[in-house]
Design a protein around this ligand. Structure first.
Ligand SMILES: [Zn+2]
Length: 213
């Protein structure tokens, strides 16, 4: 099962091909076909016409409603700084299981900051899979629960902090560039986001606590 592909929100209806207008409602249907997740965004009128039976169709997994927001003009490349969200996108793009744990931790951080929302939780042979939506863009992707053990957590936090600070490793270049533990803001944010002893608990922290217990 491919858990890594990002599926962007469509800008037009899958059924009638009409472009979505800003601030109008649409429906997302998530299915599983030919070993991959398939996402279809459907306009309100088409949904009303065709929703009957849609949830019984083979491969159907999940359905939710969203409000389409026209994308803002992209900022110039030069001022795009690598943050937790762009880093997570890069990690998912590598399709490398080496970043499984780091991706999960980043997703938890971003969910806590309301950048991501969990839309669904799936189960497969490997365990739980979270379906995440990027609140601003409506993009969705899946992240498997790596079932982090308490004793692994610190190591993954260090890895995430190093990724935030230095970016992804490049071929032939030692990574991370320094042996000492990364410190500073990035690291503190991660600790705050995933430490089970943190006082301001919310839903996602509970999930993390359970998964590391
Ligand atoms: Zn339509």
């Amino acid at each position: 099962m491919n858990d890594w592909n990002i599926q962007s929100r469509g800008h037009q209806c899958h059924t009638c091909q009409k472009p979505f207008e800003d601030k109008t409602g649409y429906h997302t249907v998530l299915g599983y076909e030919n070993n991959e997740y398939i996402r279809h965004d459907i306009c309100e009128p088409c949904w009303i016409n065709a929703s009957e039976g849609a949830t019984d169709r083979k491969g159907y997994i999940s359905h939710w409603q969203g409000t389409y927001e026209a994308p803002p003009p992209a900022p110039p490349e030069a001022i795009q700084k690598d943050n937790a969200e762009s880093l997570l996108r890069k990690l998912l793009k590598t399709d490398d299981s080496r970043w499984r744990e780091a991706s999960y931790i980043l997703a938890v951080m971003l969910e806590r900051k309301r950048v991501l929302k969990v839309k669904d939780q799936l189960k497969d042979d490997g365990g739980r899979i979270f379906v995440y939506e990027v609140s601003k863009t409506g993009d969705i992707f899946t992240i498997p629960d790596p079932n982090l053990k308490m004793e692994q957590l610190e190591q993954v936090q260090i890895e995430v902090a190093a990724l935030l600070e230095y970016g992804l490793p490049e071929k032939g270049v030692p990574w991370p560039p320094q042996i000492s533990e990364p410190e500073g803001e990035a690291y503190e944010n991660i600790e705050g986001a995933v430490s089970p002893s943190n006082e301001s608990k919310d839903e996602m922290e509970t999930t993390v606590s359970q998964s590391v217990a």
